[in-house]
Design a protein around this ligand. Sequence first.
Ligand code: SAM
Length: 232
Amino acid sequence: MSYGNSRIPASAQRGVHEHLAERVRAHLISPFRKPFAEVNRAALDDALAGWDGHAPLILDAGCGVGHSTIELARSFPDHWVMGVDQSADRLQRRKPYPEALMPSNMVFVRADLVDFWRLLVVRGLRLARHYILYPNPWPKIGHLGRRWPAHSVFPAILQLGGVLECRSNWDVYIAEFAVALELALGSPVAWETFEAVRPLTPFERKYRDSGQTLYRLCVDLGSEPNAAIQYG
Ligand SMILES: C[S@@+](CC[C@H](N)C(=O)[O-])C[C@H]1O[C@@H](n2cnc3c(N)ncnc32)[C@H](O)[C@@H]1O
């Protein structure tokens, strides 16, 4: 697929999945006990090695080539910004930024978010800001459980708190994210279309330049654990 001609995820699913609510409710009350991989524990240690223990934390979850991580580190110079992706190849492609020009308040680590999110929770850490920018849409109806709002790891995303922002070029993904949040928080969560005047990520730029509508939701999960949320 050439640049500027990318497509909106093709899916037979037209709206919020009929089984989303039952999945989310089940995840909110049943613990997710998948064992942690040692490599992800080591990745968390690496991610926190340069942190002073005080700076508010930002997670760029699924950062790809990391342009958004760099932008966030520049925008929030008093925060510690962690760009996490499972793809070593993408993480190594963070051109056109030479190492010398990298902000010093950020780190890139290769890890599986399914472990990384839960390991942050186990460490008792909370985020100030949390970005999930253009996550893989998994548009097939049968792939519901692979989308983050319907994944067993969703309660850990909530537990990390902070201002959570998700962006996608698939309205269904954002609508499902909002429904999952509403079920957990017990209050309405708005989402919207927006213009990416200054794209934050390469995917955002590509979708914008293809003339696609972009969607986002942003919700403040707070700095303290939310008593209304059950976490399993
Ligand atoms: C569509 S790309 C978006 C990348 C970037 N956020 C952007 O907007 O340019 C989704 C990214 O999520 C990463 N990803 C998907 N599942 C992941 C997981 N379980 N753990 C870590 N990264 C993951 C992929 O490797 C990929 O780089």
